[in-house]
Design a protein around this ligand. Structure first.
Ligand code: FPP
Length: 249
């Protein structure tokens, strides 16, 4: 009979089904190195690639990252343009590799503001990766948590269905996926910044002083280890079973 083996140490706990990340600190990372802020965003892409690998290795099935908020249009025009160009380049360069890794891509946010080429790449990346099921990677682009709630409310009102938490949840951008169990924010700020306002209701928050390009697989492992130490109570008392709190958006 095969000996019962312990799970490999790099496996995340099974209760960690979804990690959400605010990738903050690219600009400061670059400025400290006397580089343009755009260089920070480029190195930020490498950190994102390492995060994807880390989630795959650790068996985390869903990852949602905040790449561009609806408020980021307020940045200097050249930085916004640089970010848009970077998104195009990354999708052109990385989609096939991500598909090869078993990553399914979904983009959340308002797409109308993007160039035709970026919208086309987004649509193609979603279509090309649709049958992958190792890691669901959601990329928030021109996304705002308040917008998400409003668009869900509009869709629900248009459907004529009665309002309830479950009904509204079915129209949110991440409907059908488990809500984030862990939110990681780098860059030393302790804010949600209009990210997944609805979906973060019971999420464990983890703040790191590392700047996003410095966030590596070791840092991910530290965040997951901290998550594993947390007791999630969903408004209950210590020691109570929590299954009822594990809602699906
Ligand atoms: C925040 O740091 C970071 C961003 C607004 C951009 C994040 C984008 C990437 C990492 C690229 C991802 C690419 C794809 C295709 C998903 P900041 O500029 O606010 O840093 P600061 O707080 O130091 O100024």
């Amino acid at each position: 009979m095969a000996a019962k083996r312990n799970p490999p140490p790099e496996q995340a706990p099974p209760s960690l089904r979804h990690i959400a990340v605010v990738m903050d600190g690219n600009g400061r990372w670059a400025t400290r190195r006397l580089l343009p802020r755009s260089a920070g965003h480029k190195f930020g892409v490498d950190a994102l690639k390492a995060l994807v690998r880390g989630c795959i290795v650790q068996g985390v099935p869903v990852l949602t990252v905040f790449a561009f908020s609806s408020e980021n249009w307020n940045r200097p025009a050249d930085e916004v343009q640089g970010l848009m160009e970077l998104f195009v380049q990354v999708l052109q360069r990385e989609t096939a590799t991500l598909v090869g890794q078993g990553v399914r891509l979904r983009f959340i946010g308002k797409r109308e503001a993007f160039s035709d080429s970026l919208r086309e790449l987004i649509g193609r990346a979603e279509a090309d990766s649709a049958s992958q099921d190792r890691l669901q990677l959601n990329i928030a682009l021109n996304y705002g948590g308040r917008w998400d709630i409003v668009q869900a409310a509009q869709a629900l009102a248009a459907s004529g269905e009665p309002f309830s938490e479950d009904a509204l949840g079915r129209h949110m951008c991440l409907a059908g996926l488990p809500e984030p169990d862990l939110l990681i924010r780098t860059g030393g700020e302790h804010r949600i910044s209009n990210f997944l306002l609805w979906q973060l209701a019971y999420t464990e928050l983890y703040f790191s002083d590392l700047l996003w390009p410095e966030f590596d697989e070791k840092a991910l492992a530290a965040a997951i280890a901290e998550f594993a130490r947390r007791e999630r109570r969903y408004g209950g008392v210590p020691g109570q079973p929590v299954a009822a709190g594990l809602r699906v958006a």
